[in-house]
Design a protein around this ligand. Structure first.
Ligand SMILES: Cc1cc2nc3c(=O)[nH]c(=O)nc-3n(C[C@H](O)[C@H](O)[C@H](O)COP(=O)(O)O)c2cc1C
Length: 395
């Protein structure tokens, strides 16, 4: 692991200040204003301070020993940017068109559950921040707030992420509510057929413990009460299971909605090929931010074989470990259409609410535009495999 990666890793732990000092860098101190952040990692100290330790562990952790969280982040160092010179880059076009909608940047806000665990305004603050930066937001099934309350804060069509439920009737009700609130894209998460082994989160606190019981109930009906999207749904329908997404289930969902269907959680060329055969509108290369199986495969490592299989026929979105504009540029050069940001905007949300989300997105967008210019690419369409090479690991 090189020094930068080592530091990045430690920045996520309480040891980050010590590590920075040891590396001769000034320690990152809690920010007093979102505007002062120079990169997304600057939000970490204040975010960690503001959030309950159990929720912080839930946010930062992955599966088993969190190795796939690190694999996502480390994968970027395997790729180098091939910058082309002598191109007039005074004006660059950072936009992409996704499912018929023009997006200012190829950067979207990935679905993350229960955002009131991080800030009292929860998803409404994220929606306002994303909207201010013209970034597409994807709302989680397990959001703290109902889609009808988040949509006005976003002020445009949200995308909705679906965890299929044990009773199809519940899935249909969620999809119906999303559609009624103006959502245009349904991202069905397929990487969570069963609960994964979240060791870091469990160490942070178990729901059975007294300190958690103050806010969390233990039954599925309690779960409905804690997650706004389930408001109005009969608690008798609340049951465990139903997360294994078969193609029969996708067909039933497709028949129940006009939204575009995107499959989130693809990690192999084989599954990408099956998605194509089944006529979905797009896919998201994702391992749930290293929170699903502890595969040790970063999403950037899976991307090339998936891009090759899809061959431009549908958009290939990706998320997992994206923290820098250079990360976004590399994914586009390999062939991704757009990139999802997960944990970093939650750091911003935890630190400053809407303003934090806004600044996190602004930082990554700005870094991306700078990278485009320095690499000699005048529009996202011009970013191509020529602009990236795999590092010679023997060097
Ligand atoms: C706290 C947290 C909650 C998440 N909740 C959901 C969710 O409800 N639905 C979902 O499809 N993905 C969920 N994800 C996964 C993200 O959508 C995304 O795939 C991942 O966070 C990207 O990796 P990154 O955090 O390294 O950027 C969650 C991730 C985190 C960190």
């Amino acid at each position: 692991m090189n020094r930068r990666l080592f530091l990045r890793y430690l920045q996520r732990s309480p040891l980050y200040a010590l590590a920075a000092e040891m590396a001769g860098q000034p320690a990152r101190k809690p920010l007093s204003s979102a505007k002062d952040a120079l990169d997304v990692f600057d939000f970490l100290p204040l975010a960690e301070k503001n959030v309950q330790p159990q929720h912080w562990a839930y946010l930062m952790g992955g599966s088993d020993d969190d190795a796939t969280v690190r694999a996502n982040e480390n994968a970027f160092s395997q790729w180098q940017i091939r910058a082309r010179r002598q191109v007039d880059v005074d004006t660059v076009d950072t936009s992409v068109t996704l499912f018929g909608q023009k997006q200012a940047y190829p950067i979207w806000v990935a679905p993350a559950a229960a955002q009131q665990a991080f800030h009292p305004d929860g998803e409404a603050a994220t929606a306002r921040g994303a909207s201010a930066r013209k970034a597409q937001m994807v709302l989680s099934t397990n959001a703290s707030l109902h889609v009808k309350d988040v949509a006005p804060a976003f002020g445009g069509p949200l995308w909705y992420q679906l965890y299929t439920q044990a009773e199809f009737e519940v899935s249909r009700a969620l999809v119906g509510a999303a559609e009624q609130a103006g959502c245009t894209v349904l991202a069905i998460t397929v990487d969570s057929a069963t609960a994964s082994n979240r060791v870091t989160a469990a160490r942070g606190g178990q729901k059975t413990e007294q300190r958690c019981r103050a806010c969390h109930g233990l039954t599925y009906a309690d779960y409905y009460k804690e997650h706004g999207m389930f408001a109005g749904i009969d608690p008798l329908l609340a049951k465990a299971g139903g997360r294994a997404v078969t193609w029969t289930l996708v067909e039933r969902l497709r028949a129940a909605t006009k939204m575009k269907i995107v499959i989130k959680g693809i990690m192999t060329a084989e599954d990408a090929a099956v998605c194509l055969r089944n006529g979905v509108d797009g896919i998201v290369v994702s391992n749930h931010g290293g929170r699903s199986e502890n595969s040790l495969q970063g999403t950037m490592e899976a991307l090339p074989e998936i891009v090759e299989t899809i061959n431009g026929r549908i958009p290939v979105l990706i998320d997992g470990g994206f923290r820098r504009g250079t990360d976004v540029f590399k994914a586009l050069a390999i062939g991704a259409t757009a990139v999802g940001i997960g944990r970093p905007y939650i750091w911003g949300l935890s630190a400053f609410g809407q303003e934090g989300v806004e600044r996190v997105l602004e930082l990554i967008q700005t870094e991306f535009a700078i990278t485009m210019k320095l690499a000699g690419t005048v529009s996202t369409r011009h970013i191509s495999p020529m602009h990236v090479r795999r590092r010679n690991m023997g060097a």
